[in-house]
Write a protein that binds this ligand. Structure first.
Ligand code: C5P
Length: 214
């Protein structure tokens, strides 16, 4: 049997990592886990239960009860509020520890898997076959997210979207627990000037090169 193909896709909000990860998963016939959804679901549960996102105990309890099935169907998780709550609960080490095993189990399926997030290449799957760190300028990322949200009827000013993206970058990169940094052996892919087809093509070539070098 061929070796499992584990692909780690990390990067900041709206860098294109989710779309690239989904396309890679379809291309290689692998299961895909958007790990941001786990943190979003924890954030929304904590708020829904009437707790503060700063309440580490409540957040850890919510993380321990997390079941990933069906999260990709939950529209509440795609809101800006969920993203903000996710990035707050993601700073609690207990939350990260509670979600670790579930993500590692997903990564170690027999044929492999594609996971996207912030710490896949560094913490969740340090032995991944291929590691990509997707970036794009903050302005381009804010524009993409703003287009997505306004296309579905949300009302948000572009300047607020940009401020939101910058705040989230700073919090994700600056936290003590599993900060967002590229793994030493990750390949950087800047999608600022790439459309999705070009970005996917570049990502696929990075994966092929990593496979060939193993
Ligand atoms: O990727 P997405 O925007 O859905 O992630 C929401 C938030 O969840 C991020 O801003 C980050 O704080 C957190 N997150 C994380 N580690 C991951 C995935 C997401 O800390 N692996």
């Amino acid at each position: 049997m061929s070796r499992p193909l584990i692909i780690a896709v990390d990067g900041p909000a709206a860098s294109g990592k989710g779309t690239i990860a989904a396309r890679l998963a379809a291309h290689y016939g692998l299961p895909h886990l958007d790990t941001g959804l786990l943190y979003r679901a924890v954030g929304i549960k904590v708020l829904g239960d009437g707790h503060s996102v700063d309440d580490a105990e409540a957040a850890e309890a919510a993380a321990r009860s997390m079941i990933p099935a069906g999260l990709d169907q939950d529209a509440r998780l795609t809101t800006g509020e969920a993203g903000e709550a996710a990035s707050r609960v993601a700073g609690h080490p207990g939350v990260r520890a509670a979600l670790l095993e579930l993500q590692q189990d997903f990564a170690s399926q027999p044929g492999g898997a594609v996971l996207d997030g912030r710490d896949i290449g560094t913490v969740i799957a340090p032995d991944a076959t291929a590691k990509l760190f997707i970036t794009a300028s903050a302005e381009v990322r804010a524009r993409r997210r703003w287009r997505q949200l306004t296309a579905r009827g949300d009302v948000i000013a572009f300047e607020d979207m940009l401020a939101d993206i910058l705040r989230r970058d700073e919090r994700d990169a600056g936290r003590g627990a599993a900060p967002m940094i590229p793994a030493a052996d990750a390949v950087l892919l800047d999608t600022t000037d790439l459309d999705i087809e070009a970005a996917f093509d570049a990502a696929r070539r990075i994966v092929e090169a990593a496979r060939a070098s193993r």
